[in-house]
Design a protein around this ligand. Sequence first.
Ligand code: NAD
Length: 358
Amino acid sequence: MSKNGIIFGKFYPLHIGHVDFIQRASGFVDNLYIFVCSDNERDKKLFEESKMKKMPTIKDRIRFVEKTFKHQKNIKVIHMAEDGIPFYPNGWKLWSERVQEILLTNNIKIDIIFTNETQDIQNYKDNFLTLPNFEKSFNKNLEIKVIDVKRNNFHISATEIRKNPYENWFFIPKYVREFFVLKVAIIGSEHSGKTNLTHKLANYYNTTYVKEYKKEYVKEELQNKIENLQYDDYSNIAYEHNRRILKSIKNADKLTFIDTDFYSLQTFSIIQNEEKHPVIEDFVKHTNFDVLIYIEKESNIQNTTNNYNKMSKFDNILQSLLKKNNQKFMKLSYKNSISLTKNYIKSIDIINNYLKTK
Ligand code: NAD
């Protein structure tokens, strides 16, 4: 007969303390069931009290656990919805009945409960072992085992992470970090030092960045002739740029830097095709950049060529798109090469302030 263990938790979000606890517990059993518990009302409140930039869905929380333990086959994840049950610790009876329902549905009989909450030990026994037909879902000699009550291995709680994920970055597991990574886009006029700034910031924060894919596409597919860009190219560029952003997020450390965003690509499409491109519009709507740094070439630059007129049209359209979408951005200006360093220092201030308030 195989031995089955269980751990209950909100894992909101999963942290390294949970991970270590689960890995240690898994060594005592053949199967370890992780019940990821949710309650819409409570979870929304926890989010509102937090400093997280977006609320993880229950599917996100389940995914964090599943991905983290994907190579440990004896660890199995099950969702438990607690909606309608009085909040802990006032709903033990109803809560235990719901646990039993799930165990019966999944044909699981539990021999051992792992917890690091000493106040729950007696409650587990009193409530589970007095359920009608409890022996179908629990061993009558149910064991309760604590592993690291004092958090000696990792002194962290999910509350602290929700309060400030970036200060507690060390405790956030790899697959949870992806959720918290902040996307900083550097946008604006051509030849205003966007690429230079993107590289410098990625170096400063020791993290990943994404180059402007349009440039690479034009070089490789169109032998550098931007005038040969046509309507259908825009969706190829948007998809690949997005794929690179997602890849960059996976390996990032708190932040990732992106040279130009989808508003800029849409601006090019409007100038060249005289219409918005629907694929780009979809990316504009569904990609949320946390910080947008807009570098504008100062209009007093003496430039009488057509190029200048084009750039100013570009800025006008881009800014009106941003405004129409209520997209906030921080504007920096570019005058000459000295602006490169000024903008670098200003951007660091902007980002550090953003990190402090998140
Ligand atoms: P949690 O995600 O905070 O913690 C999960 C487990 O990890 C716990 O055993 C905890 O002690 C342990 N842990 C946390 N930080 C640790 C660290 N740094 N090192 C080692 N271990 C650590 O979840 P939780 O709040 O304990 O989850 C219990 C769930 O059970 C909740 O969803 C709660 O609603 C539910 N519950 C409800 C009732 C009720 O009356 N409604 C009764 C019992 C349980």
